[in-house]
Design a protein around this ligand. Structure first.
Ligand SMILES: [Fe+2]
Ligand SMILES: [Fe+2]
Length: 194
């Protein structure tokens, strides 16, 4: 019989308890925000919470470790992932959650996999996870422009909030000479027509 959500969450939380304290604190803040945003956007709070609990399981790994784990998991990184191995931490977390966390809920796994870039075709569950991760108060302190995203969140407009985030990060990355992930642009276009 499939594990219950409570059992799945317990497996994820046990793994998270091994992560560096700062990362655990970020995950806690994201989960708290996730509860608020679930109510605001009418998303399923339990599924949002499960995704947020596990989204950053690989966030503290080094680039070399991330590429090594990807190799073990059979992921062939693209040019962008080789340049920016951090892009792999969402996909790796989704694989961990499916295998070790015994989670088969595709919506939860997709939300975890794409929490860095978002992706076309994703809906309110993934958007709630995405935004709860991005508007962590500590991140707003470092990137004051995130308040624009918060304004859209407060209006309950998750599509506009995600689009504002993607567009601003796109500009920020280009100024730094970093290639934005094509999935982010595709998601931006998709949400504009959704
Ligand atoms: Fe992350
Ligand atoms: Fe995160």
């Amino acid at each position: 019989m499939a594990d219950t959500k409570v059992e799945q969450l317990a497996l994820v939380e046990a793994r998270v308890s091994e992560l560096p304290e700062q990362l655990q604190a970020h995950i806690q803040r994201a989960r708290m925000l996730g509860r608020e945003l679930s109510a605001l956007f009418n998303a399923d709070p339990e599924r949002v919470d499960l995704a947020l609990a596990g989204h950053d399981i690989y966030r503290a790994e080094s680039d070399v470790e991330m590429l090594g784990i990807s190799d073990l998991r059979g992921i062939v990184p693209g040019t962008l992932e080789i340049e920016q191995p951090l892009l792999l931490h969402g996909p790796l977390a989704a694989i961990w959650m499916a295998d070790e966390g015994r989670i088969s809920d595709k919506g939860v796994l997709d939300a975890v996999q794409h929490h860095t870039t978002f992706a076309p075709g994703l809906g309110v569950l993934a958007a709630t996870v995405f935004l709860a991760d991005k508007i962590d108060p500590n991140k707003i302190e470092q990137r004051p422009w995130l308040s624009k995203v918060v304004e859209r969140v407060d209006c309950g407009d998750w599509q506009a909030a995600v689009r504002t985030y993607i567009k601003t990060v796109d500009g920020e990355l280009r100024r730094q000479g970093v290639t934005p992930h094509p999935l982010a642009q595709e998601a931006y276009d998709y949400l504009g027509t959704a």
